[in-house]
Every structure is written in C-alpha cells, then in structure tokens.
Design a protein around this ligand. Structure first.
Ligand code: PMP
Length: 326
C-alpha cells in the first residue's frame, strides 16, 4: 500500500492479460529482463539497462553525460535522433561527413574530441546500411575519453553475417562504451517500445539516476521476456529478411537503379540518372500507396531513396510499381 495504485484491474483489461498485474506499477529496474539479457551475453545485471525503446537510451545518454559548454559528436548521414536529442537538451551537435563510399575519416573525427562528451556511432549505420570497421571503433576507444554510444539497433542482422558485436568491448572491461540494441527491428516488436543498453556498471548507475521511475510498462517487460525466449524465431526472421533483401536488390538493380550494399533490412537506391527521387517518391506514394524514405537533396544521399524490405508480396508490389514508373 505504498504507491497510490488501484488495488484491482478493471474487467475490460483483465481478459487477455489476466496473469499480469496491470494495476501495479512495473518493476522500475526491469530486473527479470535485465537478468535474462545479461545471462545471454555473459554479463551481470549491473551491466544492463532497459529503456522505452532505444530512443529513450539515446536521450538519456545525452541528458546524463553532456556537460554545459560541451557537446555531442556523430557522423553524417546517420540516425536523426542523435541531433534531435542534442537540440532538445540545448547542447551542440557536431558531425563528420562520411566519404562518398560511406567510410569514415578518423582524423576528421578526432578534431572534435576535446569539446565532445558523447559520440554516437551507429553500426550498421542507418541509412547507409554499412558497418563501421572494428579498427575504427578500436581507435575511437583508444583515443576518446567521453562516452562512446554504439547504436546496434540493426545488430542482429550483422550478427547473422558473423560480424562481432561491440558488446565484446564491454565484456573486456572498456569503461566508456555503451552498446544499444532494440526489439523494434529483428524481433519485429517496434510497437511495444523496448530497447536495452550493455555497458560498464558505472554508466548504468548514471542512467538509472536520470530515467523516469517506471519507464518500461509491465506489458512491454512481459512481452519482451517472452520474445527473448523465442530467439530462434527472431533469427529465422533475420534470415528471411536478408534473403528478401537480396531478392529485392536484384530486381531493383535490373530496373536500372543503383543499389548500395547493405547488411541490414533496408538499403539505399538511386533511380536512373534522368529520374528525380522526389518525383519517384511522390508517384509511388500517390499512385500506389507505397511510401519509401526520400533523401532528395541531402548531402551524400542526393537523389537516393531508402527501401525497407517487406514481405515477398510487398516487395513484388514495389517492383511492379517501379517498373511501371521507370
Ligand atoms: N537507432 C537506430 C539506428 C534506428 O534506426 C532506430 C529506429 N529507427 C532506433 C535507434 C530507435 O529504436 P527504438 O524503436 O528502439 O526506439
């Protein structure tokens, strides 16, 4: 009788979830899920943080680790929420543009190290679909003393290609790194809002201090625990999406578009030179009800569209829509 909750759940809510006490607040530190995830990776519960999607972790990293007059560093193009969070907290955001082959020049990155408290590195990177080489990550670990956030939201797709996860650096004792993962992509559960971070325990302690008390709901914790037990299904989903990606890449390439290599469940493509991505985007949306991500005139992504791999039926619909427009 300590938390001002209702002692009962309403009937309407009881039926599908009758074994979950929704009238009580959730476990604020999601210990069951942290234990399960920690066991899987071979780290203790103190190395695991559970968040309301990866987005919450991104926001908390900025909130907890950026000091006044310092800022956030990342690459460009990359996931947009790093900039949004830096802006929201009134902090500076510096970026280093990738080369045209989407590789990263570490000398350019180093120029901003002194004034940056947090660096976001997304690998595989959204929207390029490419991995940041381990040699680059190891160099950053060596040279940068602030918090290194490695966003592995698409990490399960890289795992399937036997690409090592940066969680290994945490296990080897690196103090200033946090690796983010999510249930939104390979696990197919974007709607439940569940993400996690693996890091040194001092980083987890800092994040615990700034998070909202009950940041992850009971239903989400429960569904997350169930999905984790069914990892084989997630792995099957990854295999299926990867083979669909290859199928779609080949079809789109055959239509005269340039397809950029990706290890994830999405890829970039450029229509033939006489066709503007803005126009193609609008035609696909208005005539066929298919929405892609258009980068229009964004630096390095000029005239490119990002395609998220769908089911075979959705992929075939996209291919036939494109073939009638190109
Ligand atoms: N990181 C990256 C690179 C993403 O692309 C996304 C979602 N588009 C997120 C994090 C956010 O994940 P979540 O749904 O867990 O908040």
């Amino acid at each position: 009788m300590d938390a001002n909750e209702s002692p009962v759940a309403l009937n309407a809510m009881q039926s599908p979830f009758s074994d979950i006490n929704i009238n009580r607040y959730p476990d604020p530190t999601a210990d069951e899920l942290r234990n399960t995830i920690g066991d899987f990776y071979g780290v203790s519960i103190d190395h695991v943080f559970i968040g309301n999607g990866c987005d919450e972790l991104i926001s908390l990293c900025v909130q907890a680790f950026v000091r006044p007059a310092h800022g956030v560093l990342s690459i460009e193009p990359t996931y947009g929420m790093y900039r949004v969070c830096a802006d929201t907290f009134g902090t500076s955001y510096w970026t280093v543009p990738l080369a045209t082959d989407f590789s990263l020049d570490i000398q350019k990155l180093q120029k901003h190290f002194e004034r940056s408290d947090v660096i976001f590195l997304c690998t595989p990177n959204n929207p390029t679909g490419t991995l940041i080489p381990q040699s680059v990550l190891e160099w950053v670990i060596e040279e940068f003393s602030g918090l290194i956030v490695i966003d592995e939201a698409y990490g399960e797709f890289a795992d399937a290609n036997r690409s090592p996860s940066s969680i290994e650096y945490v296990k080897r004792g690196t103090k200033n790194i946090i690796v983010l993962r999510t249930f939104s992509k390979a696990f197919g559960a974007a709607g439940i809002r569940l993400g996690y971070g693996i890091a040194d325990e001092q980083i987890i302690t800092q994040l615990m201090k700034v998070k909202m008390p009950y940041n992850v709901g009971v239903l989400t914790q429960q569904i997350g625990a169930t999905l984790w037990q069914e990892r084989a299904k997630m792995e099957e989903n990854v295999r299926c999406l990867q083979s669909e990606r290859i199928y779609l890449e080949e079809k789109i390439n055959a239509l005269g578009c340039t397809v950029f290599p990706s290890v994830t469940n999405f890829f970039l493509m450029k229509p033939p030179t006489d066709i503007q991505s803005d126009l193609l985007y609008t035609q696909l949306r208005d005539t066929f009800g298919i929405v892609l991500r258009n980068f229009g005139s964004k630096p390095l992504l000029q005239n490119m569209l990002r395609i998220t791999v769908g089911t075979r039926e959705q992929n075939d619909n996209l291919v036939s829509a494109l073939s009638s427009l190109l």
